[in-house]
Design a protein around this ligand. Structure first.
Ligand SMILES: Cc1ncc(C[n+]2csc(CCOP(=O)(O)OP(=O)(O)O)c2C)c(N)n1
Ligand SMILES: [Mg+2]
Length: 650
């Protein structure tokens, strides 16, 4: 009979060898948590190393992303497309084995991790997606969606605030197919966990409506196995399995933080291999170990995938409509319709226009799920078909509660799962609470839609804490993110159409609290280019007023006033600087010709606008609590001041 210890040690040693070669990485978790991952992949995890995107695979997230070498080592031996050469290239430029697991770079990685806590948040999103899709597509006789979501996390993950939010929602939503394996080694980067942490783990998670199971000896794979079996039995609660381990097990510095993030020297590595009685040259895995891991993957994953394929073709015959819908969802090929637009003379806030766009989109996209952080009545970001609850898994609105941090990560998790188009929203100023998730969506290249209302100081009475100033700038700077700030209800509709079309680009849509008149001159084509001439100069062009969002209306008023003074200016609406910057130089020069005096107008940080304009009417200080009618003019956003500022440009 095969000695599994050999396989576990192979996983450990290969990971540590890669770290030593890279002279960079985190060996402690590799040595300590290997038995956890080993148990999962040899007895439970249903994945196909040859088809890593199989729709009904179990999802697995290494939330403790610093343990990437452990993951790569295991995946290599299981037969994923991670070669020994890739392992040797750990953490090197362009390798398939980056410092932290990245969805688009390393084979089989279900979520990019590294920022602690994000992984757990995304796992909750995946578990929600599974619950919804299984309810939607399974029939009495055919189960086409049925999988678990597994997480391995560390002490750091559980200390993060986002994790409290995510686990609280997961418990509330009774996500029974979510299983978190906690590598509990009492050590973190700076030292002992008890320097900073004394929560009662069992009581804490039970209070959050989780099942808690403890495994006292993290080298006892049968005990870990038994705990996972127990976890799977509990269908009404997510489970956290606390596995007591030793960081850097059997290696120099074991049980201390010295082995958390420092690679072992070549000499230390030699010593470790001696201690483990590992007599193979570096980067050498015995055939029997490959055979064992690949045999397990075959039995647990590949075989199941083949059975699933057979099931799916029967499903296609018997339920052709459902099959078509499932295929569209799984491939993220949702058809985006042309949405209803508004007529001149109408006036409504862009948050209301956004809410209506979402409602209309929900009719076409059956697997569109979204919600808000207790602000759906205000920001109008709300899903259709009632609320997603433990008793109504087909509800497409999620009440996230006031949990923005987790909401962002959960939305990303739903999108990463595939099959779901997710959108979430709240007050724009609190996008700060979601910034890490916005950034993660951008790094991962996924089409999550973040829609925020209350986009400027025009929020009014709530004061500076609620009035965004620097937020738009911050989000525009995130690579691969498209931020939209539509000028009127119609631009809002076009922004939603575009955002829902993107598959590999997340978007952030900013909406007003106050009413905006429907403007003349808006166009889908213009919005899709990020910036366009919304109102041409009525005579020889003297200059340009460049504006976004609600300030476009102001610019058009100022254009009329300047006209009276004999100055003909063009108004450019710039709903997305990100998209505008992607256009050809020719197009950009057409819209904003060089050498033409230009004033940019936005009720937010001026930083960044000088790239397009000679001067900027913006806000570089905090707002104040005052009614809209007072604060907006007080901060200079009047026709007179726009005209004055424009005329001052030399
Ligand atoms: C949000 C965030 N903050 C800080 C870090 C840096 N960091 C990475 S691992 C780690 C220690 C985490 O401790 P634990 O999860 O117990 O890992 P172990 O030392 O047991 O491997 C820290 C602070 C990070 N990756 N993400
Ligand atoms: Mg730890």
């Amino acid at each position: 009979m095969f000695n599994e210890q050999l396989a576990i040690d192979a996983m450990r040693i290969l990971g540590v060898e890669a770290i030593t070669k890279a002279k960079s990485g985190h060996p402690g978790i590799v040595l300590g948590a290997a038995p956890i991952l080993h148990t999962l992949i040899t007895r439970h995890l249903r994945v196909n190393p040859r088809d890593t995107k199989w729709f009904d695979r179990d999802r697995f997230i290494l939330s403790a992303g610093h343990g990437s070498a452990l993951l790569y080592s295991a995946y290599h031996m299981m037969g994923f497309e991670i070669s020994m050469e890739d392992i040797k290239q750990l953490r090197q430029a362009g390798s398939k084995t980056p410092g932290h697991p990245e969805v688009n770079q390393a084979e089989g990685v279900d979520a990019t991790t590294g920022p602690l806590g994000q992984g757990i948040g995304m796992a909750v999103g995946m578990a929600i997606a599974e619950e919804f899709l299984s309810k939607k597509f399974n029939t009495e006789d055919m189960t086409v969606v049925d999988h678990y979501t597994y997480v391995i996390c560390g002490d750091g993950d559980l200390q993060e605030g986002i994790t409290q939010e995510a686990m609280s929602i997961a418990g509330h939503q009774a996500l029974g197919k979510l299983i978190v394996l906690y590598d509990s080694n009492d050590i973190q980067l700076d030292g002992r966990v008890d320097l900073a942490y004394s929560d009662n783990t069992k009581m804490k998670y039970e209070a959050l409506n989780w099942q808690y199971i403890k495994v006292e000896d993290g080298t006892d794979i049968d005990a870990i196995d038994k705990a996972i079996i127990e976890a799977k039995k509990e269908r009404n609660k997510p489970t956290i399995i606390e596995v007591k381990t030793t960081i850097g097990y059997k290696a120099p510095g074991a049980g201390t933080s010295s082995c958390h993030g420092k690679p072992y020297s070549v000499d230390d590595l030699k010593l470790i291999k001696e201690t483990y009685n590992w007599n193979y040259p570096d980067f050498t895995i015995p055939e029997e170990v490959y055979d064992f891991y690949q045999g397990c993957a075959k039995k647990l994953g590949i075989k199941k995938h083949m059975e699933w394929n057979t099931l799916l073709s029967e499903y296609q015959k018997k339920y052709p409509d459902l099959y078509t819908k499932l295929s569209i969802a799984a491939s993220n090929n949702f058809e985006i319709p042309e949405l209803k637009t508004y007529q001149l003379g109408e006036s409504l806030s862009t948050r209301v226009a956004g809410g209506k766009a979402l409602a209309e989109l929900s009719e076409y996209i059956e697997c569109m799920i979204g919600g808000s952080a207790d602000l759906s009545c205000s920001c109008m970001v709300k899903g259709a078909d009632g609320d997603f609850t433990k008793d109504n898994r087909l509800g497409r609105n999620i009440y996230f509660g006031v949990r923005e941090h987790a909401m962002g990560a959960i939305a990303n998790g739903m999108v990463l799962h595939d099959g779901i188009k997710a959108f979430v929203g709240g007050f724009f100023v609190f996008s700060d609470y979601m910034k890490p998730a916005l950034r993660m969506a951008s790094i991962m290249g996924i089409g999550t839609v973040f829609a925020f209302s209350h986009d400027t100081i025009a929020v009014g009475e709530d004061g500076p804490t609620h009035q965004p100033i620097e937020q738009a700038l911050g989000i525009r700077c995130i690579p691969n993110m498209v931020l939209f700030r539509p000028a009127d209800p119609n631009e809002t509709v076009y922004c939603f159409e575009l955002a829902f079309k993107y598959k590999k680009i997340p978007s952030t849509i900013l909406m007003t609290r106050q009413n905006i008149n429907v403007l003349e001159g808006t166009s889908y084509d213009g919005v899709s280019k990020g910036g366009y001439v919304i109102s041409e100069a009525k005579g020889e062009m003297d200059g340009i007023l460049l504006a976004t969002g609600s300030e476009v209306s102001l610019a058009i008023e100022a254009q009329k006033e300047l006209e009276k003074q004999g100055k003909f200016v063009r108004v450019v609406s710039m709903p997305s600087t990100n998209l505008f910057d992607m256009q050809s130089q020719t197009y950009r020069d057409e819209v904003l010709p060089k050498g033409v005096k230009t004033l940019a107008i936005e009720m937010g940080s001026t930083y960044g606008w000088y790239k397009y304009a000679n001067d900027v009417l913006g806000i570089d200080k905090f707002g104040i609590s005052a009614p809209l009618k007072v604060i907006v003019p007080m901060y200079g956003f009047t026709v007179e001041n726009v005209v004055k500022k424009y005329l001052e440009i030399k």
